[in-house]
Write a protein that binds this ligand. Structure first.
Ligand code: PA5
Length: 332
């Protein structure tokens, strides 16, 4: 399947989560999600949804685990599409050493074996695709595990809402969101994308936009969130005017459910940057649940990143630099 076919498959991937078997575990008092890159994005989706609930949830992306876990004893949910990512395996090793409750999302690999060895709840996601192309599967699996650990309410209504909205947005490559993504790609072509969004739903979507432009289009992209960027980054656009006008294009992701002061900040920031930086355009989140709003923004960005690649004659699927780097790290 091509990367664009994977993008169009997103609603089906989210719906796949509706039929997963319940994986009930001991109710968690806190949850720590671990995972890197494309899989780390699914971990962050889990935290975003859990943040509106009552169980404290964090994401950790690195080796081992933070020191506080020895005291708090969180339920650790490890997400790795390959099941072989060394940072994630290192976190899982630390979790098992400490006897922390563990759940796993993977398409197989070492992580799948560890889950079987220790009898951890394990959701096996479909393999045979790049990790970033499996975001719908992985997010749905993470949410069902969070549900099983009592950290969130039944996520199926939100998964259905997200799938329905994304389905309409993308159509079969002819929906309004698909066309918007293609238009935004025109404005971003040959430029460094700077994606601005409100903290929360918008900010997580902006991170996905950035990573998808990096990996699919093999182009630089940067993301930042409001209100934080209003305390530093906007001061930096005034001086290298000639360079930034030529090299950068902004995309604004907006969320009607963001805090009203953040929405005001967004409007003021758009006005401030008008004439300073070229803008490729904006995307407005749709939906009631945070999950639907998130994926409504992600879907448009996924399209934009693949169209950017195609327009530049770049194959969006392979990631030779990342692969070569992993090989060097593994040693001779
Ligand atoms: O997009 C990618 O391929 C990467 O960001 C991977 O997701 C990352 O390297 C981690 O690998 P995995 O998802 O297999 O754990």
């Amino acid at each position: 399947m091509s990367m664009m076919e994977r993008v169009l498959e997103l609603p089906d991937q989210l719906r796949w989560g509706l039929d997963l078997e319940p994986q009930t575990s001991k109710p968690a008092s806190s949850v720590l999600l671990v995972g890197m890159g494309g899989s780390g994005m699914a971990a962050r989706v889990g935290k975003l949804v859990a943040d509106s609930g009552r169980v404290q949830t964090a994401v950790y992306q690195g080796y081992g685990l933070p020191a506080w876990v020895a005291e708090s004893k969180p339920h650790v949910i490890a997400v790795s599409h390959s099941g072989n990512t060394e940072e994630t395996l290192s976190s899982v090793e630390r979790a098992t050493d400490l006897g922390l409750p563990l759940s796993v999302v993977a398409a197989g690999g070492r992580l799948g074996d560890i889950a079987a060895d220790v009898g951890a709840p394990f959701i096996e996601v479909p393999g045979g695709m790049m990790p970033r192309a499996a975001l719908g599967y992985q997010s749905a699996a993470v949410l069902r595990l969070l549900e099983g650990a009592g950290a969130i309410a039944d996520p199926r209504p939100a998964l259905e809402e997200a799938a329905d909205i994304v389905s309409v947005l993308l159509g079969s490559g002819d929906g309004a969101g698909f066309r918007l993504g293609a238009d935004l790609a025109e404005g971003l072509a040959g430029r460094i994308a700077v994606i601005y969004a409100p903290a929360g739903v918008g900010s997580l979507a902006a991170s996905r936009w950035k990573a998808q432009i990096n990996e699919n289009a093999k182009m630089p992209a940067y993301a930042n969130e409001m209100p934080e960027l209003n305390h530093n980054e906007i001061e930096g656009w005034g001086t290298l005017r000639e360079l930034t006008q030529r090299a950068i294009a902004t995309v604004f992701l907006t969320d009607p459910a963001a805090h009203e002061r953040v929405r005001l900040r967004m409007r003021l920031t758009v006005d401030l940057l008008d004439g300073m930086l070229p803008s490729a355009g904006s995307v407005v989140a749709q939906g009631r649940s945070s999950l639907a709003r998130l994926f409504s923004l992600i879907a448009v960005g996924d399209v934009a990143s693949v169209v950017l690649a195609e327009q530049a004659g770049i194959d969006p699927t392979p990631i030779p630099v990342l692969e070569a780097f992993k090989q060097k790290l593994a040693g001779p």
